[in-house]
Write a protein that binds this ligand. Structure first.
Ligand SMILES: [Fe+2]
Length: 313
């Protein structure tokens, strides 16, 4: 009697039964492994690229206030910690990016110049931003460490910027009343007599401000002194200094180390709310090839202050 027999391990697929041979199964398994290895390698290359990417980025924040009328908006570009770095020929890349944001005001929150780098980058930067919007500047620690703070401030004034030194200006932007305040870096004490008291100077400058109408902004280089800023009636404080904590891991670690805050700094960069006061800390635009920024590209900060909703308590 004749019987139908299915060939065993014949090396070909039986098209009628759909059963694959051993060699075909091994081949498919090898292909899958190759694809997985390629995906992992691609992700690894992407992560390395993303980690060390040092191109300029724009970070945007929106702050609501009932001190501006509904529909009113004031746009600030905040630049901190340039350290005289140069972005493109004649600062073309940095200046172009700022111009593109169409700011009403440019705030320079310290360490724009440096104590060890030549002022070339700073001067090119100042020369090219002066026609974009009014510029307000406060000193940072590195400018104080240069022991030529007065010369740096004179240079900054020559380029049309307003230098704030524990004082303020009242300005009107798009119909909104703004009081822009600024303090020297605490290391300005290096240039003062032994009786100099930085905090006391702040009280002398800003204690009466709570009765003044208008939206009050403080420029101060150091973010870690936020408890002092909270003693006053500022609506918004703008700082730098922490360089984003140098090393970040997205969604896990907002900064590994920052000067004057140490490891795992609380104010490495971002937006922080303290009651009705908003504190924005720039991760800065410093570029130092000897000290790479990880997942922490230099940033131009854009802040829209809008009169369309009350501040969050
Ligand atoms: Fe600094």
């Amino acid at each position: 009697m004749e019987t139908d027999r299915i060939p065993q391990s014949s090396g070909v697929t039986d098209t009628e039964t759909g059963i694959s041979s051993d060699s075909e199964i091994r081949g498919r398994s090898r292909s899958r492994k190759k694809i997985v290895v390629l995906i992992i390698a691609g992700l690894f290359v992407f992560m390395i690229f993303a980690a060390f990417y040092d191109g300029l980025t724009v970070r945007r924040y929106r702050v609501g206030t009932d001190k501006l009328d509904p529909g009113q908006n004031v746009r600030i570009v905040l630049i901190a910690d340039l350290h005289s770095s140069i972005y493109g020929e004649g600062q073309k890349s940095l200046v172009g990016l700022i111009k593109k944001q169409d700011p009403d005001l440019i705030a320079l929150a310290g360490d724009i110049a440096d104590d060890r780098e030549p002022h070339t980058g700073t001067e090119m930067f100042l020369a090219n931003i002066r026609d974009i919007a009014p510029v307000f500047y406060v000193s940072g620690n590195h400018e104080c460490w240069s022991y030529e703070t007065d010369r740096i401030k004179a240079m900054i004034k020559r380029y049309g910027a307003t230098v704030l030194e524990h004082d303020y200006r009242k300005i009107t932007i798009n119909g909104a009343e703004i009081i822009i305040c600024g303090v020297d870096d605490p290391d300005i004490k290096l240039h003062k007599d032994i009786w100099y008291d930085w905090e006391q100077e702040m009280h002398e400058a800003f204690d009466g401000l709570e009765t003044e109408p208008g939206y009050k902004i403080l420029l101060s280089h150091r973010p870690e002194l936020v408890d002092i800023y909270r003693e006053f009636s500022f609506d918004l404080v703008l700082s730098g200094h922490s360089h984003g904590g140098q090393v970040r891991i997205p969604f896990i670690l907002n900064g590994l180390y920052a000067p004057d805050q140490g490891l795992f700094p609380e104010y490495a960069g971002g937006l922080y709310r303290h009651g009705v006061m908003t504190h924005i800390v720039s991760r800065g635009v410093s570029y130092n090839p000897r000290l790479p920024r990880i997942f922490n590209p230099p940033e131009v900060v854009v802040i829209d202050i809008s009169g369309d909703r009350p501040p969050q308590h």
